[in-house]
Design a protein around this ligand. Structure first.
Ligand code: UT7
Length: 333
């Protein structure tokens, strides 16, 4: 009988380099409050956000992904021509098809790399990172570019006081390659579609097409329900993720939760009682919530500023619309 041959598997993969792109335009809480009934004080207190970045009107998801990817490739010391797979986590690439990843793979100058978009909202980057790790370990890919990018300002209703102050734009990227020892731990992930309405669109594009006089589809969120889910369930996800990697919470050096709300980060810290030496990302203060871009942006900020050292053990956790979540422990480049 004929048998299928598989490539040689590898003992592990790791993040080789990180990169980020933060759009030029800084938007203050005062500017946000020009369109909603709110205040700088309320936004800071309830979300921890002081300011955020908005992309320019003509700046696309792939433009931002290009910038972050170029930096990640340079910091990894990997040429674009060596990238064989491009994974882009995003919910705001404004074309149903073709994918942002296929466009990015071409614009970067890869040799026609495999390309796939991942739509898992704020958990998207951690979902894509898990795929990259699996592809490299299975021998299906050697170097994978993983990007989290959003232009949420394209789908935010600036007059909705439940969402307008939170969401923002940006891109973060990492390059994943082979390693002698695992540098990316097992993913712990899942979803709860029964809560799909907690973060959704006001209507579908098909509905809008039938009644074009309607307001265009915009992001809408039941903030309290999402908040309760995140603080109620993500601490356990974090514990399970660290255990799955064969580690304890005391082994962690760095904690990079999705930058959803500073109060969610604080709640997770209280529940997990992380040791004092753990460096915790608080990137949301100046970046806002950038959904799929938030974890790689936050990670890059800690790595590039030297706040997190090379070789440090970091716990990443993404959570949001779906409701979906994904988490893994990684060794920093
Ligand atoms: O990234 C995807 C995952 N997303 C998240 O994890 C977000 C999770 N949710 C949150 O972060 C929070 O729910 C928000 C920051 C969105 C809202 O904070 P909250 O503390 O849950 O506010 P709330 O909706 O419970 O509203 C509290 C009060 C209400 O007034 P009353 O009824 O107490 O008088 C609201 O009407 O604050 C009022 N309010 C506002 N006030 C000023 C709601 N939005 C605003 C606003 N400015 N923008």
């Amino acid at each position: 009988m004929k048998a299928i041959t598989l490539p040689a598997t590898r003992p592990g993969s790791r993040i080789l380099g990180t990169g980020a792109y933060r759009p030029e335009r800084v938007v203050s809480n005062a500017e946000i409050c020009e369109l909603i009934d709110s205040s700088d004080e309320w936004i800071r207190e309830r979300s921890g956000i002081i300011e955020r970045r908005y992309a320019a009107a003509d700046e696309s998801v792939t433009d931002m992904a290009m910038e972050a990817s170029g930096k990640a490739l340079a910091s990894a010391g990997v040429a674009a021509t060596d990238i064989d797979t491009v994974l882009v986590a995003t919910i705001t690439h404004p074309y149903q098809t073709p994918s942002a990843s296929a466009e990015l793979a071409d614009r970067l100058g890869t040799h026609k790399a495999a390309a796939l978009d991942v739509a898992a909202a704020c958990a998207g980057f951690c979902y894509a990172l898990a795929q990259a790790d699996a592809l490299v370990r299975a021998g299906s890919s050697t170097y994978v570019l993983v990007v989290g990018v959003e232009k949420l300002t394209d789908i935010v209703d600036f007059t909705d006081r439940g969402t307008s102050f939170i969401f923002a734009d940006g891109a973060g990227a990492v390059v994943v390659g082979p390693a002698d020892q695992p540098g990316i731990g097992p993913v712990v992930w899942g979803s709860d579609g029964a809560q799909k309405d907690a973060i959704t669109m006001t209507q579908s594009w098909a509905q809008y097409r039938r009644a074009p006089a309607d307001k265009w589809p915009a992001l809408t969120m039941q903030g309290q329900a999402v908040y309760r889910w995140a603080v109620g369930e993500m601490a356990d996800v974090c514990r399970r993720t660290v255990a799955a990697a064969g580690l304890t919470l005391d082994d962690l050096d760095v904690f990079v939760p999705h930058q959803a709300n500073m109060r969610i980060t604080d709640s997770l810290l209280r529940q997990l009682s992380l040791p004092d030496h753990v460096v915790v990302s608080r990137d949301i203060a100046t970046t806002g919530n950038t959904s799929a871009a938030s974890v790689p942006l936050a990670l890059d900020a800690l790595v590039s500023s030297g706040q997190a050292r090379s070789g440090a053990i970091a716990l990443l956790v993404g959570f949001g619309a779906g409701l979906a979540y994904a988490a893994q422990v990684v060794t920093l480049p």
